[in-house]
Design a protein. Structure first.
Length: 315
């Protein structure tokens, strides 16, 4: 903060810095991926708190600086008064009498200096409080205006969730299948395949077993699966052992790698219905009954999701 800034200039700069931070955090959110979303949100919170604390400290420093300035003015006035007393000591008796007569002729007595200083301080403090209220009112009005604008823009945006769900409902109707809901968590892909194996092939297997089987199969065939492990964020290949360890021992989200691995393990084609694209079919040469899944990108709050598809005729 520059020592020459006025309070209005400080508030103007604070507004600009706040707008700049909003633009920056909006850009960060847009660039966030599923794996970096939590870290990005944490960085955004830290940036907002840091800016808020710095703004508060600058306003405190400004108030402290004004208090010191008022004290300096009083000290200067006291020094001037002492200097005048010293000059009076040098007056001759004749000059002193003349000065007393001149003072007696003044019809309007001078206001005592401490009282005058007190009035000046009150006058300075009064407008500051009023100006602060005006700034707060303007800021609140501006925030409400921005919220209203955001709501209007949201209303103009297409409802991607509704569009996706409507399209998938139509595809299901044509394929004569129905969506069987799976819990929306990191295990949804494996839970959907587990439901399909039980429903279509009478194979009873746990999610943990499916994870272990997929990880073991991927690790045993690095030539086939390594090309799928390219990380676009780091522009490098992921370590296949570390990747398989996460798949087997955590709730990491499954992907096309695990679908291909499990399709080969159970020698069954797996189809993935999705909105806006043709149904994806993996391991079509498989001899077992086809396992049918449905993929969602916009319909769930946590992001990508898989459901199981069962036949309509079973209703």
């Amino acid at each position: 903060m520059s020592s020459a800034e006025t309070l209005d200039q400080i508030h103007s700069r604070h507004k600009k810095e706040a707008r700049d931070l909003i633009n920056k955090t909006t850009s960060m959110k847009k660039q966030a991926t599923k794996s970096t979303k939590k870290d990005i949100q944490k960085q955004i919170i830290e940036l907002e708190q840091e800016l808020k604390q710095r703004h508060e400290q600058e306003l405190k420093d400004f108030d402290s600086s004004n208090a010191v300035s008022n004290t300096d003015e009083k000290n200067e006035a006291d020094q001037n008064k002492e200097s005048e007393n010293e000059d009076e000591d040098e007056f001759s008796p004749e000059k002193l009498l003349a000065q007393l007569e001149l003072d007696a002729q003044q019809s309007q007595p001078k206001q005592p200096e401490p009282q005058q200083q007190q009035q000046q301080q009150q006058q300075r403090k009064g407008p500051k409080r009023n100006k602060q209220k005006e700034r707060l009112a303007k800021r609140a009005a501006k925030i409400e205006e921005e919220k209203a604008k955001a709501r209007e823009e949201a209303l103009l945006q297409p409802d991607l969730k509704k569009i996706e769900q409507t399209h998938i409902d139509e595809l299901c109707q044509m394929a004569k299948v129905k969506q069987f809901d799976i819990a929306p968590d990191g295990n949804c892909l494996f839970a959907s395949i587990r439901d399909q194996l039980k429903y279509r092939q009478d194979v009873d297997v746990s999610i943990k077993e499916l994870r272990a089987k997929a990880a073991e199969h991927i690790l045993a065939d690095p030539e086939t699966f390594t090309p799928y492990l390219f990380d676009e964020e780091t522009m490098s290949m992921k370590d296949i052992k570390q990747y398989c360890d996460e798949i087997a021992n955590t709730s990491a989200w499954g992907s096309d790698l695990e679908i291909l691995a499990l399709a080969r393990i159970y020698n069954s084609p797996i189809s993935v219905m999705m909105s806006g694209r043709s149904t994806l079919k993996i391991w079509e040469q498989g001899e077992g009954d086809e396992l049918k899944l449905c993929y969602y990108k916009h319909s769930y709050a946590l992001g990508e999701h898989y459901n199981s598809l069962r036949d309509l005729e079973d209703e």
